[in-house]
Write a protein that binds this ligand. Structure first.
Ligand SMILES: *Cc1c(COP(=O)(O)O)cnc(C)c1O
Length: 428
C-alpha cells in the first residue's frame, strides 16, 4: 500500500479498520479532554472497560458468599484458572493442558528453571541474548550461583555484531553448536524488549535440541503480540507476563507453557497444594500427586482478584483472534515507520534512526527509535503534548502502536507533534 502523511488518509485507514470499534472498549488517559496517543502498550496495556466488571463480580461474590465463593460463585474460585486454558492456549499455540496461569513472570521463570535447568559438571551452560531484560540477567546469575557455578563461565550471551543493532540468527545457531555438549539451557526472549526484534523460535529450539539442550522462552513482549506455535515448535517451556500487550493490569499474573512431553516426567519441581489433582486437593493428604499438565506446576491457591481482569482480557483476545490483530499490527507499524521517515525527511534526515528490523518478519508491534538530536528534551516534549512513550538509556524511545486500541489518526497526529517538537527544541 502507498501511504500518505495526511489526516484524510489516516482517517480513511481507520474507516477501513476491521478492529476500529475495539478502541472504544478501552479507557484512555486524558489530556485537555482528549485521549492521549498511547505507545506504551508494550509496557502496560490500557484498561479494557470489561476488566472492572470482572473484578466487581469477584468482589460481590466475596461480599455475598465469603468462603462459599470457592465453590458456589458463578465462576467458582477454586478452579477459576481453568477458564484460561482454552482461550490462552490458542493465543500461544499450545494444547489447553500445556498452559497455566500463576504468580508473576520472573517468579515463574525461576520455578521453571528448577525443573529445566539441571546443570551437571559437564553440561551447565546457559545461552541467552546480550542485553536481556535486567530481571532475566539477575535471574540467570542467581540461578547459576545457586547451583555453584560462576556466571562469567556459565552464562553465554549472544552478541550483536559490531555496528549492528540486532542479533543474527546464524550467530545464535553457531554459538549453540559451539557450546554443544556443555549447553544445558537456551533461554531467550521471544521478542527483544529494547529493539523489538522477533527471534526465530523454531530454529533456535531445533538447534538447542540438536545439541541436547533444553530450550525455553521469556515471552513478555511476545504474548498477545506475535503468532506463537509453542507446541509445534517443540519448545520445552515458556512464561510471559500479562500486563504488557495482554492488558491485564499492573504487575499482574503470568502465564506458563510446559510442553506435553514433560507432563509425566519426574522433573524436579517446587510443589504446593494447588498443583495437587483437583479431586484430591481438599483431602489434605500428605502424598503429593500433581495434576498432569501445566497446572501441576502451580503452588498456591490463586489470587482470583488479579486473575479477573486477566480473564477479561484473554476473552477479548479469543474473540478477535491473533490473525486479525497481527494484520492490523503489521499495517499500523508500517504506517508509523512511514510517518517517522517522512517527518525526518521534512526536517533534515538526521534526527533519528529506527533500530528495530525493517523486515516485517523480524519485528512486531514496536519501533525503537534512536534519537540523535534532542534526546531527552524531545521525549519530555512528547509526554507533555499527550504522546505517551518511554525512554530507554542511552537515547531510545520505544513506540508500540498496539493494534487493539491505537488508530491511524494517532500515528498521523504523533508525526505532527514530533515535528513541531524537533523544530521548536532546535530553536531554543
Ligand atoms: C517486562 C519483562 C519482565 C518483567 O518481569 P516481572 O517478573 O513481571 O516483573 C521480565 N522479562 C522481560 C523480557 C520483560 O520484558
Amino acid at each position: 500500500m502507498i501511504f500518505q502523511n495526511t489526516l484524510e488518509f489516516a482517517k480513511e485507514l481507520d474507516q477501513k479498520d476491521e478492529l476500529k470499534n475495539y478502541r472504544n472498549e478501552f479507557i484512555f488517559p486524558q489530556l485537555n479532554g482528549e485521549n492521549v496517543i498511547y505507545f506504551t502498550g508494550n509496557s502496560l496495556g490500557l484498561q479494557p472497560k470489561s476488566a472492572k466488571n470482572y473484578v466487581d463480580e469477584v468482589m460481590n461474590d466475596w461480599a455475598n458468599l465469603a468462603v462459599e465463593g470457592h465453590f458456589f460463585a458463578d465462576k467458582p474460585w477454586w478452579d477459576y484458572h481453568e477458564r484460561f486454558a482454552e482461550p490462552l492456549s490458542k493465543l500461544v499455540g499450545a494444547k489447553p493442558s500445556e498452559v497455566t496461569v500463576m504468580n508473576t513472570l520472573t517468579v515463574n521463570l525461576h520455578l521453571l528453571m528448577v525443573s529445566f535447568y539441571k546443570p551437571t559438571t559437564k553440561r551447565y551452560k546457559i545461552i541467552c541474548e546480550e542485553k536481556a531484560f535486567p530481571s532475566d540477567q539477575y535471574m540467570f546469575q542467581s540461578q547459576v550461583n545457586f547451583h555453584g557455578y560462576k556466571p562469567e563461565d556459565a552464562i553465554v550471551e549472544i552478541k550483536r555484531r559490531e555496528g549492528e543493532n540486532n542479533i543474527r540468527l546464524e550467530d545464535i545457531i553457531s554459538k549453540i553448536n559451539e557450546v554443544g555438549d556443555e549447553l544445558a539451557l537456551v533461554l531467550f526472549g521471544g521478542v527483544n524488549y529494547y529493539t523489538g526484534q522477533v527471534f526465530d523460535m523454531k530454529s533456535i529450539t531445533d538447534a538447542g535440541h540438536k545439541v541436547g539442550a533444553i530450550v525455553g522462552f521469556d515471552l513478555a513482549h511476545a504474548a498477545g503480540n506475535i503468532k506463537l506455535d509453542l507446541h509445534n515448535w517443540n519448545v520445552d517451556f515458556a512464561a510471559w507476563c500479562s500486563y504488557k500487550y495482554m492488558n491485564s493490569g499492573p504487575g499482574n499474573a503470568s502465564g506458563c507453557f510446559i510442553h506435553e512431553k514433560h507432563h509425566s516426567s519426574d522433573l524436579p519441581r517446587f510443589a504446593g497444594w494447588w498443583a495437587q489433582k483437583k479431586e484430591k486437593r481438599f483431602l489434605m493428604e500428605p502424598n503429593f500427586d500433581p495434576t498432569v499438565g501445566a497446572d501441576g506446576w502451580q503452588v498456591s491457591n490463586l489470587p482470583v482478584l488479579t486473575l479477573a481482569p486477566y480473564l477479561a482480557s484473554v476473552e477479548m483476545f479469543a474473540e478477535v483472534g491473533m490473525d486479525k490483530l497481527i494484520a492490523k499490527r503489521n499495517q499500523i507499524t508500517a504506517y508509523l515507520e512511514f510517518i517517522l521517515h517522512e517527518i525526518d525527511k521534512e526536517i533534515d534526515g538526521t534526527e533519528f534512526e529506527i533500530i528495530t528490523p525493517s523486515n516485517q518478519d523480524e519485528r512486531a508491534c514496536q519501533l525503537s527509535v534512536f534519537l540523535h538530536g534532542q534526546g531527552k528534551d524531545l521525549f519530555h516534549y512528547l509526554m507533555k503534548n499527550g504522546v505517551i512513550t518511554d525512554w530507554r538509556e542511552p537515547n531510545v524511545i520505544r513506540l508500540a502502536p498496539a493494534p487493539f486500541y491505537c488508530s491511524y489518526e494517532d500515528m498521523y497526529k504523533f508525526g505532527q507533534i514530533l515535528k513541531t517538537g524537533i523544530l521548536s527544541l532546535s530553536k531554543s
